[in-house]
Design a binder for this molecule. Structure first.
Ligand SMILES: [Zn+2]
Length: 891
């Protein structure tokens, strides 16, 4: 059957359904033609009142249906919870297997973990375990809340396993334990369903413009904090991700699927993936992905369902749901179905895709995966054991030093590695390795461990994009085509945590203590009952303590310059809390906060400073608790607005007021001391000229305006009259590209070669080429208060094409600037022209403006919540910006 005939048949079916699917119409037609089920088993219709695929099921109703299945088959299903969302919804799992397997689930999990540690499990013992242990097939659905059909498919798949009369299913249940995570992102799914159902009329409307299918900002894709959970696996900022990761570490599945949806015009995707493939993925993993993919292809062919693979969806970034579990040895895969984004969708070809079809396709893919896992039981378990055994063949170690400017960065990094299953040791004594000396407390990651590939992929400074793929991208760029890189090309954790790391060829012999998954090492106040007051070291823990103290109403100051007190040198940014002017129980509060934040607090019996400014000088600025507003809604990028709020509120414990951008032009902003414009779209258009003037006036009267990422475009727009920097055009042969202008005719030109031709037709492209995401080094201007307590060099995640001119003296300060062409790239794939043009350009700019401050972060410092090295600069902007302003209103 040709594709077009197939699709028109699907359309005919869709139209028939649309008429048949009113309330009460219970002509149950199974999603799988020919399937027969035990009539006693609960159906979606018997529990929820509609057939599978007729409605988009609410998260709580998905749970209700799984509970009904469990009640019917208590010996074959177990349900548990792995997380609670920020909105209080459970994220649950449901394991399905034979009665014998369900009765020994703990043993099966233990067997799987034993196969994952060949140090404890000999090859002979593994052989015996493999014969006795089912394959754990982990099926996760709808991580993006507006990718709706997977969760409905999970209900149909669970029913199929429990109630199908197909004898093959009994064999599957003997050979596998299938664990469903039906709704990975219930908060996002509810957000989608609320906008869908409130826009719904009397029947499904397939028009892409209909309100039911046109989601408002921020869309249902993201979780409550507006994080993309499918980028969060190694950084684990969100409870949903932490639950997923903890479950995978506990169960150690051999096969794992993350079931998504994609654009309405698309068909269905399953692996093999597109290039580039991450070189740390094992060959056997890739082979098994293909093996399972071939089985799904066979089942799709039988059902007449079109699909594609090897295009669009690559396997490079390790933060995906099909990435991270793969480095723990699972055959992890993404499945993508073209979304109806509602109950029916008109494709651009005119054909109508029904929700029912999308649910059916994910059902087929889930079952084909279970089938292939059952058939290949021995191979999959053997590969899993071999994967972990291969980890032991690794040599050498990473050594992570606790950086002097913020040692807690290394503690956080170590905790995070442990949460990714990596074994990390903390040195019990000083030691040498790689010809260098390290301190007690530094961390060692021995590369002879089962999780070696996870350690390498997260810690390696560079994970190389394969050369043939890069060559193709250069060819595309020369022709003015976009590159095919799906996500960032750099994520090295030591770089984003700004922690020195060395990869040593042999592992140091120092005795270590296993690091825990704690992200914060509690600290104790030294000289807690000091007579005069206390010094608080800057850095991430110090900033946390500062927010706690300010919220408590404590009076504190921060030094703009370094100084020496009691023979110790303290960096700029050090905070001072005196007994005078603070409550009597301040020592108790400080002890409590040192324990919860890990901040270093040292008591002082007197205030004498032997070098540098005294505490009563003008270099000691008073910190006050600012009221912070954060632009929200259009045109902000939801993940950027969400991550900025997350960093300030959840990581630093300080509340912000989120204000819809549309209200900024008319609102009375004088009650806020700080306004943040997160990375986003066209602020100039959203605010309008009146809104821009209102913001500038507010700054002139003493406000601190902070632009992140693309919001810098507004601050540097000449019409805004804010920052003197300007966004640059692409440099072409040393000249800035000229726009054609408004002349009716231009000078004639001879084109002598194809290279010249490509250059000429490319010149109308005004900006530099877009960069998918690299880590670039920036140097800090240590004289500026924004850099107080910040390392001399920081790594910035560079994305997109925005490059700005440096501020000149008198116009403001380039607080951080990118390195030279030779040293700016820390990690990732950066085009040569961008590298040349980015050198020495500003990364962070600041300028006094009237009585206030304007601060621009050219690249978003809160990207995915994980650029830890930049967070102190952001906190300085929020809390020290107001301290360096002199507002006309009372604070
Ligand atoms: Zn998705």
């Amino acid at each position: 059957m040709t594709f077009s005939r197939l699709l028109s048949a699907a359309r005919a079916c869709a139209i028939a359904l649309a008429f048949a699917a009113g309330p009460g119409a219970s002509q149950a037609q199974e999603l799988l033609s020919g399937a027969t089920y035990d009539p006693a088993a609960p159906t979606v219709a018997s529990v929820l009142g509609y057939d599978s695929g007729e409605q988009i099921t609410r998260s709580a109703d998905v749970r209700r249906y799984f509970e009904a299945l469990r009640a019917w088959a208590p010996d074959r299903m177990v349900i548990g919870e792995q997380a609670r969302t920020h909105e209080g919804r459970p994220v649950f799992w449901a394991a399905v297997g034979s009665p014998a397997n369900i009765a020994r689930l703990d043993q099966i999990k233990a067997n799987s973990r034993a196969l994952a540690d060949p140090r404890q499990t000999s090859a002979a013992r593994a052989q015996a375990l493999i014969a006795d242990t089912p394959v754990i097939v982990w099926l996760m659905y709808s991580v993006h809340g507006n990718e709706i059909s997977p969760a409905d498919a999970s209900m149909a798949a669970a029913r199929h396993l429990l109630a199908s009369r197909d004898p093959a299913v009994q064999a599957w249940l003997a050979n596998t334990v299938v664990v469903f995570v039906p709704t990975q992102n219930p908060d996002g799914r509810e957000r989608f369903l609320n906008s869908f159902s409130s826009g719904f009329g009397v029947e499904a409307n397939p028009d892409p413009l209909s309100a039911e299918r046109d989601e408002p900002w921020p869309s249902g894709r993201y979780n409550h904090d507006l994080f993309d959970l499918n980028r969060d696996w190694f950084i684990q900022t969100q409870p949903e991700t932490r639950g997923n990761a903890a479950s995978v570490r506990e169960w150690r599945p051999q096969v794992l699927v993350d079931a998504h949806e994609m654009g309405t015009d698309e068909t269905f995707f399953f692996p093999p993936e597109a290039q580039p493939l991450n070189p740390w993925i094992a060959d056997a993993t890739l082979a098994s992905r293909e093996l399972i993919g071939r089985n799904t292809a066979r089942r799709f062919d039988e059902a007449g369902v079109p699909y594609f693979n090897r295009q669009v969806y690559d396997a490079f970034y390790p933060g995906y749901g099909d990435g991270w579990p793969g480095y723990l040895g699972a055959v992890s895969m993404t499945y993508e179905q073209g979304s109806a984004r509602g109950l029916a969708a008109r494709r651009s070809s005119g054909e109508v895709l029904t929700y029912r079809e999308t649910v059916r396709n994910h059902l087929i893919a889930s079952l084909s995966t279970i089938e292939a896992s059952s058939v290949n039981h021995d191979r999959l378990l053997k590969n899993f054991y071999d994967y972990n055994a291969d980890g032991l063949t690794g040599r050498g170690a990473y050594v992570l030093s606790r950086p002097t400017w913020d040692p807690a960065q290394a503690d956080r990094l170590a905790g995070l590695l442990v949460r990714s299953g990596v074994e990390v040791g903390r040195a019990n004594a000083a030691f040498t390795a790689c010809g260098k000396t390290y301190q007690a407390g530094d961390y060692v990651v021995n590369l002879s461990q089962p999780q070696r590939r996870m350690a390498e992929v997260l810690l390696a400074k560079e994970v190389a994009v394969p050369a043939p793929f890069l060559a193709e991208q250069e060819r595309r760029r020369a022709r003015g085509l976009g590159d095919e890189i799906y996500d960032v090309t750099a994520w090295s954790l030591p770089l984003i945590f700004n922690t020195p790391a060395d990869r040593c060829a042999s592992a140091p012999g120092v005795a270590v203590t296993a690091a825990s998954d704690a992200m914060i090492a509690p600290a104790a106040v030294r000289n807690a009952d000091a007579a005069y007051g206390w010094l608080v070291a800057p850095g991430v823990p110090g900033a946390r303590l500062m927010t706690a103290a300010l919220r408590q109403g404590l009076s504190m100051r921060a030094m703009d310059k370094p100084f020496t007190h009691d023979d110790r040198r303290w960096p700029s940014g050090t905070m001072i809390i005196t007994r005078a002017g603070n409550p009597a129980d301040t020592p108790r509060l400080l002890s409590q906060w040192a324990a919860t934040t890990g901040a270093e607090v040292v008591g002082m019996d007197q205030s004498w400073v032997s070098d540098g400014p005294s505490f009563g000088s003008s270099d000691a600025v008073s910190l006050r608790a600012p009221r912070i507003a954060l632009a929200w809604d259009e045109p902000t990028d939801p993940t950027a607005a969400g991550a900025t709020r997350y960093v300030i509120e959840r990581e630093f414990g300080y509340p912000v007021t989120v204000v819809r951008t549309a209200n900024l032009s008319s609102a009375d902003l004088s009650r806020f001391q700080v306004l943040i414009l997160p990375n986003g779209g066209n602020y100039k258009a959203s605010l309008g000229a009146g809104g821009v003037t209102a913001l500038r006036d507010w700054v002139d009267r003493g406000g601190t305006l902070i632009g992140l990422g693309a919001a810098t475009r507004l601050l540097t727009d000449p019409a805004s009259e804010m920052l003197a920097s300007r966004r640059e055009n692409a440099v072409i042969d040393g000249e800035a590209a000229e726009a054609a202008g408004d002349k009716p005719r231009v000078e004639g030109a001879l084109i002598e070669s194809e290279t010249d031709y490509l250059k000429l037709v490319g010149e109308s492209e005004r900006g530099p080429d877009s960069v998918a995401g690299v880590l670039a080094r920036a140097q800090i201007d240590p004289e500026h208060w924004l850099s107080a307590g910040v390392a001399p060099g920081v790594n910035v995640l560079v994305q997109g094409s925005d490059i700005y001119t440096p501020l000149k003296r008198g116009e403001g300060t380039n607080v951080a600037r990118f390195g030279s062409t030779a040293d700016l790239l820390a990690s990732g794939q950066l085009w040569a022209e961008n590298r040349r043009q980015l050198a020495f350009k500003p990364a962070v700019m600041a300028s006094d403006h009237g009585r206030g401050q304007i601060i621009a972060f050219v690249q978003d410092p809160t990207f995915r919540g994980y650029m830890d090295g930049l967070k102190v600069i952001l906190m300085n902007a929020l809390f020290r910006g107001p301290a360096h302003s002199s507002p006309t209103w009372t604070q």
